[in-house]
Design a binder for this molecule. Structure first.
Ligand SMILES: [Zn+2]
Length: 140
C-alpha cells in the first residue's frame, strides 16, 4: 500500500523546499506533491530545493553535479497561468529529473537528453495517474 501525504502535512514539512517564502509557489508545489508517494516526497525534501525563476523563465532542473550540493528545481511564474493539471505535470516532471538522478553536462548527446526527458515525462504521468486512482478509490 502506497502512502500519500495530505496537503497540510506537506505544507508543514518545508524541508528547505520553499526557501523564498513565496506562498503562491508553496501552494502550487503542495498541490503537485500530494500526487507523489510519501517516501518520494521525503527523498525530494532531502535532496532538493525549489525556487522561483525570474519572470518568463521556463521551469528547469539544475542537477547537483552542475552546481555542487543539492539539486535545484526552478519553477516559472508561467505555471500560475496554466490549468492546474498542466502545472502539476510540469512540476512533477522536474521532480522526476531530480529523483531519477538525471545529470547534465555539455557532453550529453541529444539522444541521452531525449531519453531523460521521456523518462521524466513517464514518471510524472505515472504519479498523476496513480494518485487519481487512489483518491477515487477513497471516494475523494
Ligand atoms: Zn525535462
Amino acid at each position: 500500500m502506497v502512502d500519500y501525504y495530505t496537503d497540510e502535512e506537506i505544507n508543514y514539512m518545508d524541508g528547505g523546499l520553499f526557501t523564498l517564502d513565496n506562498d503562491e509557489l508553496r501552494h502550487l508545489m503542495v498541490k503537485a506533491l500530494v500526487n507523489v508517494p510519501s517516501h518520494i516526497v521525503d527523498e525530494l525534501m532531502e535532496r532538493c530545493i525549489v525556487i522561483m525563476a525570474g519572470p518568463n523563465h521556463p521551469a528547469f532542473h539544475a542537477p547537483n553535479n552542475l552546481i555542487g550540493g543539492k539539486d535545484i528545481i526552478c519553477l516559472s511564474d508561467k505555471l500560475f497561468k496554466l490549468k492546474p493539471e498542466k502545472a502539476y505535470f510540469i512540476i512533477l516532471h522536474e521532480v522526476a529529473h531530480c529523483l531519477l538522478d538525471h545529470k547534465y553536462d555539455s557532453s550529453l548527446d541529444l539522444k541521452e537528453r531525449k531519453r531523460q526527458e521521456t523518462e521524466a515525462d513517464r514518471l510524472a504521468n505515472k504519479w498523476l495517474e496513480k494518485s487519481t486512482c487512489v483518491l477515487s478509490k477513497k471516494g475523494l
